[in-house]
Every structure is written in C-alpha cells, then in structure tokens.
Design a protein around this ligand. Structure first.
Ligand SMILES: N[C@@H](CCC(=O)N[C@@H](CS)C(=O)NCC(=O)O)C(=O)O
Length: 220
C-alpha cells in the first residue's frame, strides 16, 4: 500500500500539520507531497489530488481521503497496532469528541491567531471571542489530563490522535505568547518535545514563502 500525504506550507497549514505529525510520530511510512499556497491561501496544483481544493489529502494507492478527521480515522483503521485512539472506551469517546470539537469549532482562535510557526506576535489576536476559545481549550485539556492522563504526558496518557489535533493550538499559544496555567504549560512542552513536532517546526522555519492572507499582523 502506497501512502502519500499532500500538505501545504508547514509554517502556515495547521490542518496539514495534524495528519503529518500523526503519521510521522506513529512511524507510519509515507511520501510527503508538499504544495504551496498562493497569496490568498489557495493551494497551487491541488486539483491533481483533492476533490475539495484543500489540503491535507491522504492518497492511498492513488485514491484520495480528504479532510483531517477522515484521514485520522482511516489511518487508525489501517494501522490498529499503532493504537492511535486510546484503548479505554470511555477515554476513546472523549478523545473523539475532542477531535470533533477542534475540527468544527474554535473559529475565533483560528481566525485571530492563524498558525505561524516561524514568527512571534505576542499579544496579537486576543479578542473576547478568541479568549473564550482559549479558555475552552484549557478546560478541555485539564479535563483530559486529569481524568485520563495517568502517568503519561499527553491528553490521554500516551500520544494519540487528539494530541496531533491540538498540536497546532500549541504552536499558536507559542506564537502569540498566550499565558497558560502550569498543567497546560507542561502539556505544551510535551507536544513540542515530540520528534514529529520538532521535525515539522524545523522544516517550517526553513520556509521562506510569505502568504499575505495568513499574515494579518505583519508590518505592511
Ligand atoms: N476541514 C478541512 C479543512 C482543510 C483546510 O481548510 N485546509 C486549508 C489549508 S490549512 C486549505 O487547503 N485552504 C485552501 C483553500 O481553501 O483554497 C480539513 O480538516 O482537512
């Protein structure tokens, strides 16, 4: 089976980061196909892969699986030995809910604090709406860590899909210098110490493309 993951710019594409970190951290071999955003965050050359015009797309023997949640579920199904969801059914239900919440929510956090790994904009993007999203993320992380974290460092103890889904939030907290309580700080550090996250960050920092539509706080 040939897996190709089609992604966008590593500095900006939070959706691409999730399945890339998941596959890489789970040591599932895949070929990376990186496409680049144009000035308006349209993905150049994506028609060849994606029926939606968006990244990420996972190509399995040339057939597309699109949308992050579908990609994560498909990978978990294809590689059950990697235990990408928590094994405890109660934890698994909450992990799925946390991923679905990320997938469909947090619009203010996403819109006001777009992921930008190589740059720092401390304090930017903090509106009442983004504050509300941040508080909800912190509440969720606290619940997961306290109820299911056990002796592990991640939301459900061991690294799982939910951690891959929240990795771009960790990037945002760092870029915009969002202050978080100690439990969340420890979790952010655990995510940042993952080999796959470190590799993504290093690659993002080497990128030089500037995408104006993803740079609301850059000096004009
Ligand atoms: N719900 C989709 C969202 C994907 C998405 O919005 N990707 C952005 C890049 S991070 C994109 O491809 N934008 C290009 C466009 O909308 O033309 C997913 O989970 O994969």
């Amino acid at each position: 089976m040939k897996l190709q993951l089609v992604i966008g710019n590593k500095n900006y594409s939070s959706w691409s980061m999730r399945p890339w970190v998941l596959l890489r951290q789970a040591e599932i071999p895949f070929e990376e196909v990186q496409l680049k955003f144009d000035q308006d965050v349209r993905v150049i050359g994506v028609e060849k892969y994606s029926p939606t015009g968006k990244v990420p797309v996972l190509m399995i023997d040339g057939e597309p699986v699109w949308d992050t949640l579908a990609i994560a579920e498909t990978v978990a199904e294809l590689f059950p030995d990697r235990q990408l969801w928590p094994s405890d059914p109660r934890a698994r239900r909450v992990a799925r809910s946390a991923c679905a919440e990320m997938h469909s929510g947090f619009q203010a956090l996403r819109g006001k604090m777009p992921m930008n790994i190589r740059t720092r904009y401390p304090g930017k993007g903090m509106t009442p709406e983004s504050r509300k999203d941040i508080d909800r993320v912190l509440e969720l992380w606290t619940h997961c860590r306290e109820r299911f974290g056990g002796s592990g460092n991640f939301l459900f103890g061991r690294f799982c899909i939910a951690d891959a889904f929240y990795a771009p939030v960790v990037m945002r907290f760092q870029a915009y210098a969002v202050e978080v309580p100690p439990l969340a700080q420890a979790y952010c550090e655990a995510v940042q110490s993952l080999a796959a996250v470190r590799a993504w960050i290093e690659a993002a920092k080497r990128e030089t493309e500037f995408v104006p539509a993803d740079e609301p706080y850059a000096k004009k």
